[in-house]
Design a protein around this ligand. Sequence first.
Ligand code: BYC
Length: 477
Amino acid sequence: MTTTADYTEKIPNNVSLHEDRRLQRALESWQPNFLQWWQTMGPTLPTQDVYLRTAVNVGRDGWAQFGHVAMPEYRWGIFLAERDPGRTVGFGEHKGEPVWAKVPGEYRAELQRLIVIQGDTEPASVEQQRNLGATAPSLYDLRNLFQVNVEEGRHLWAMVYLLHAYFGREGREEAEELLHRNSGSLDSPRILGAFNEETPDWLSFFMFTYFTDRDGKYQLGTLKESAFDPLSRTCEFMLKEEAHHMMVGTTGVDRVVQRTVEVMRSHDTDDVGGLGAIPLPVIQKYLNFHYSVSLDLFGGETSTNVANYYTAGLKGRWLEDRRKDDHKLASDAMMVDALSEDANGELSIGQTEVSALVGLNTDLRREYISDCQGGVKRWNRILEEAGVKQRLKLPHIAFNRKVGAFAAIEATPDGEKIPAQEWDRRQGEWLPTDVDKTYVRSLMQPVHQRGKIAAWIAPPRNGINGQPFDYDYVHLA
Ligand code: BYC
């Protein structure tokens, strides 16, 4: 095992793939199917080449190389973080034992399921974003979109490697299925709800990369703790790539808010709808939507699945080794968000005490929520500095939920439980309406000239890899 990727092979890798001919052949026969999927379900805008980063090693410094690449020739590969030979299981009933280099028979089904769910999200997001190139606000943004897309493709490779290398024939079949399910398909949709939603415009894209990619960060963070060492090492390296996706979302929303307040100030009005910027209430509605569908991705507030994953050592907690407890949780309790029923059978939003193990989805969701607050704080600082009185905020945890404790009720963004009829009447106050979406889409005119940018978004503070904003990041075909 080295940190350096071998690019002389058909499939670049740092797992000495050439030493296992059978595995190499199996992956080489999956490769054309992947490329076929990329051609039919990947980005639709024709390009000659794009200024992309490619992983060259997995070490701490200088792991990436930048250059113009024709996208179908991008070197998607298999990269695992370096092995720590002394690593032991950090939690659950196997705590303290050496980590596993192979899949224990008794956990095979659960591990395969977790890897398939993770793998399914990666190509799904590429499918959701495939038409965005046609309306990119600048070449800088276009390049970032494609960078995110090729890396989601690589994350698919990461999961497919695990399926092929450790799960035999079933794993190979699941790897095929990952290319057959499609985002939004009626017959064979993607597994998790948020990955069947559309990403039809760039405000949605920035909200998706802020909120939904951030779920990815947290889920990968828990799988990085796994006792199954190849999964842990795979996720560790994926998290490095994920940091750029977070940056795209955070600064993307920054720049939309920035432009909106500039237009508000220069025209001395809150109503920037007719002035080519996105009104703050519309930004808030997009935020409400993407945040609430992303909360669903953490599963139910209580889950016996997650309790079993934890006890078995398959999926840990966010920053497991910083937790000050026994890392087994067998006799611990915690409060989770819940619906409670009073004597008259009326449901209200509250909390209930459960065993800490079954509350682990809630634990992870809370870590995620406090991270999301960071973005809102940052966007509100832009509003404050511009002397604008409005503020953005995260809606209540019970708002617009389709999974978990609050799926059965309707609630306002302030967390007030309301009857279904009121929800039907008022949801357009809180979620993007067709009018909002049509307006946002009307702004999405492509700006594909070097150094130019659309009027609804401010330029970025920095370019990519030290290049200026007006660099030729993409050559269109
Ligand atoms: N939609 O016991 P529960 C990323 C199902 S994003 C539909 O609470 P559990 C990325 C669930 O399967 C990160 N169904 O669930 C981001 C179960 O079904 P069964 C992706 C859902 O297992 C942007 C039932 O409901 N990675 O990387 O505790 C771009 C009961 O649920 C949903 C992972 O998610 C849903 N939202 O937790 C690119 C990590 N939620 O068994 C990439 C792997 C739940 O009753 N996955 N269900 O038929 C997991 O850790 C867990 O499976 C989940 C769910 C957190 C998803």
